[in-house]
Design a protein around this ligand. Structure first.
Ligand code: UT7
Length: 318
């Protein structure tokens, strides 16, 4: 047996994102349910979110985000050996989204699978992609986080309808002489598996908000610090902190405990809502596009959500 060329490291070569054009404001929601802009902004931090229009599918959003990341990487579809889509809101059990997206992008016969680790899914998929590149199992990997939560939310339930949204973010991962993706710290808390549930197609998303809030604000900062430590990075060296965009109060609580005052903290939730597995690549790609973070800086990403699951790693911004 022989193990093929092993890359010393993997890195994110490029990012891309897509959001539906349809903007839904808090005032729009207040017209159809008992809620208001003040409650949503003060409790969750959201001003507006994007909701896919009828006929705009998760695969459509994933394809556009993936295509943008691929174009930005300068690679051709032939250079990609593996496509991973992180999602928990695909309408079909089979086929998966990744094979469809790969086909639409002209990537010929890549390995293709979806990852369901809910809102932590992108970090799991990125770690898997990096390991595949380093092990010689793939030259380059397209990793996409894509969600259409709007089709799993009860639009008469104010406790969830005001939070969740649709979108997609993508990253191309390739080999690197120096590591650009640090070791992942991942884990789960299956004892809290009831806290966020979509039981089956006959049910909508149900969330015990306070249980998840307490868990996220008390147990995740050590994960963030451990991800820095395993990458050999002091929090003072981070130029960005990009946690899952679940709730602005959670984001700010973890950021305070991280103690990386110089780091730009992603607050994409304000205009994008909670897009589960899409939220981290969507936020980082938009921050890069707006010039809020610089290429070559270090970003700590941290996903968490249903399962409960969590994962985080330090990456070099492409
Ligand atoms: O992405 C996956 C991971 N998920 C998370 O991290 C979510 C974590 N949890 C949270 O972000 C928060 O718990 C929520 C945003 C979900 C809820 O915020 P909260 O501050 O925990 O509110 P609550 O559920 O305790 O509700 C407080 C009050 C209740 O009224 P009473 O019983 O005090 O009269 C709710 O009925 O606010 C009411 N309420 C609302 N009022 C206006 C709940 N939703 C709304 C609403 N508009 N949309």
């Amino acid at each position: 047996m022989r193990i093929p060329d092993i890359a010393p490291g993997g890195r994110v070569l490029a990012l891309g994102h897509y959001q539906p054009a349809n903007v839904v404001t808090n005032d729009d929601l207040a017209k159809t349910m008992d809620t208001n802009d003040e409650w949503i902004q003060s409790r969750v931090g959201i001003k507006e979110r994007r909701v896919a229009l009828e006929g705009e599918s998760l695969e459509d959003m994933a394809t556009i985000a993936g295509g943008k990341a691929l174009a930005a990487s300068g690679l051709s579809p032939d250079d990609v050996d593996l496509v991973i889509v992180a999602t928990c809101t695909l309408e079909s059990q089979i086929p998966n989204a990744s094979a469809i997206v790969a086909h639409r992008l002209g990537i010929k016969s890549p390995g293709a699978f979806d990852v369901n680790a809910a809102c932590a899914g992108f970090c799991y998929a990125l770690a898997t992609a990096s390991a595949a590149v380093r092990a010689g199992s793939a030259r380059n990997v397209l990793v996409i986080g894509a969600e259409k939560l709007s089709q799993w939310v009860d639009w008469t339930d104010r406790s969830t309808a005001v939070i969740f949204a649709d979108g997609a973010g993508a990253a191309v991962v390739g080999p690197s002489e120096t590591p650009g993706i640090g070791p992942v710290v991942w884990g789960s808390a299956g004892d809290k598996s009831d806290a966020i549930i979509i039981k089956d197609r006959a049910n909508f998303l149900h969330q015990e908000g306070q249980t998840v809030f307490r868990w996220a604000t008390t147990t995740l900062h050590p994960v963030a610090l451990e991800a820095c430590s395993r990458a050999g990075v002091d929090p003072s060296e981070l130029s960005a902190f990009v946690p899952h965009q679940a709730n602005l109060r959670i984001i700010e609580a973890i950021a305070r405990k991280l103690g990386a005052d110089q780091a730009v903290v992603a607050r994409d939730i304000v205009n994008a809502g909670n897009t589960s597995a899409a939220s981290i690549p969507l936020a980082l790609s938009r921050m890069l596009e707006r010039g809020e973070v610089r290429s070559g800086g270090l970003a700590l990403i941290l996903g968490f959500g249903a399962g409960l699951t969590y994962a985080g790693q330090v990456i070099e911004i492409p």
